[in-house]
Design a protein around this ligand. Sequence first.
Ligand SMILES: [Zn+2]
Ligand SMILES: [Zn+2]
Length: 362
Amino acid sequence: MFAASSKLNTLRIGVTMPTVNAYAAPGAAEPLVKTTIERRELGPHDVLIEIKYAGICHSDIHTVRGDWGPQQYPLTPGHEIAGVVTEVGNEVTKHTVGDRVGVGCMVNSCGHCVNCEKGNEQYCLEGNVGTYGAVDRDGTITQGGYSTHVVVTEDFVLRIPDGLDLDVATPLLCAGITTYSPLNRWGAGPGKKVAVVGLGGLGHMGVKIAHAMGAEVTVLSQSLKKKEDGLRLGADHYYATSDPETFEKLAGTFDVILNTVSAPIDLNAYLGLLAAGGAMVSVGAPPESLAVNAFSLIGGGKTLAGSMIGGIRETQEMLDFCAEHGFGADIELIPAEQINEAYERVLASDVRYRFVIDAATF
Ligand SMILES: [Zn+2]
Ligand SMILES: [Zn+2]
């Protein structure tokens, strides 16, 4: 199927699998290096995407460094991918050559379990197939978006609406859906008070999305360092959590608290900021267990919840929503050779607010 196209001269076509440029971690403790990886030959339902941009997510760093369990190396990370379709399998109906498309955190699922049937492929009972470092349904280990091309089954390829530039759309594929889904589910909208804890890659999208949904938005950040940014991104209020007065002043205030912080926090203190019937939903993943006093929930009928990315249908809805409201992520565009430096800056929270790699430099 690859041989049939003349558009593929940027690929080196092997006998069975095309080889493409990529960046990969050779081991858990090693910096990423320029390399090549193999992509599978196009199947009947596959789409070949020429990647234009790949976002750097905090999860990429945790995964390649083995923080979340052992990996098979070399490993190419990247689960925020935007590009253009250059070839489709002969049974593909959802995408055509030239379409602007995206791929997020998963590239497959069983398709028939109760969660897949509801459109919650991220919660597939057989396990969704992560975009990198996961065993695909054909037994191979998936390789992510820090690469020039990727082959993905059509059901896991999203349309990027014309109104969105590809570079700023890229982080929506993880950071966007990770914050949109819980805000949507827990009813962020007009008349609702939403707090976003943490103003990093996830938090800055949470602020933009909650504001666009019509909610009154408050940022709760450790300090007031990024206050100006927070207000520019759409927040109505901004408080420092290092100031104990914040927790007195805002007690009983919020309908929804979106916690984007991966460091351990005092859940009971934050639950005290919820109004009766309110929900606090965590999308950050601290490695430790956190203590919750039952009375923090019982008094006020409060909910403590979690959320992981979103299904494919909802991810498309999120992209359409962002296009309609005219915003993507705030990004710093970098060449591939700066990936390792960018990782250090992400770990130091020194990015406003997402690194995006120009795929032409892979
Ligand atoms: Zn991510
Ligand atoms: Zn499933």
